[in-house]
Design a protein around this ligand. Sequence first.
Ligand code: DX5
Ligand code: ZN
Length: 231
Amino acid sequence: MALFCLKKWTFVQINPMAIIAPSLLAANFLELGNACTMLNESEAEWFHLDVMDGSFVPNISYGLPIIEQIKKTTTKVLDVHLMIVAPEKYIVDFKKAGADILTVHYEACPHLHSTLQLIKAQGMKAGVALNPHTPVSFLKDIIKDIDVVCIMSVNPGFGGQKFIEHTYEKVIELKQMITDANANTLIEIDGGVTADNASKLVKAGADVLVAGTTVFKAADPKAMIVTLKNC
Ligand code: DX5
Ligand code: ZN
């Protein structure tokens, strides 16, 4: 699989197109196996898995047992987005469940640098998600320690929300920060991604597009993934 060997993590620009990370939050949970099969047959490189605790965000989604089962269905990258308080308590558990990338929220981590090191010590890539109100400049001192910055383009907690337009400015600023630092960090966009805004996001500097509703509510989800990828 063309997984971590995509783009900057091998320092080779193998594939200039965006990585597509469909969010299973928008799938029919009674048909989760079919959703995984569909994604395995698609051009999506990552599975985006949203874990919510009802405390950091006002919603509860799914957790470790579901991720363990999903891991058995795929060899694609499991991109786990933790929307939970004290995520450092569960790093080993998510590694065991099969996470390849573990993303924590800036707003949930008073000792973010330490948390990133703990994630990497488990052999996972380390991601940091930023809520819409959190400036990208807050990551300047640790940008080289971050494998993926997930810019939230909606307020976290729910799928199907409207894209926040200010996101483009954040992507441009973050891209400059990454370039200036000579870092290998990927920029991921999460929330309200559609076939209409995908191209502008990639032009601004996005490497990874998360898409829940746009993929799973499409008449042909696999074709939609191709559309997003070729934007
Ligand atoms: C929101 C989640 C997103 C969500 C995206 O809190 O982090 O990953 O599933 O859903 P859409 O693409 O429908 O906005
Ligand atoms: Zn997410």
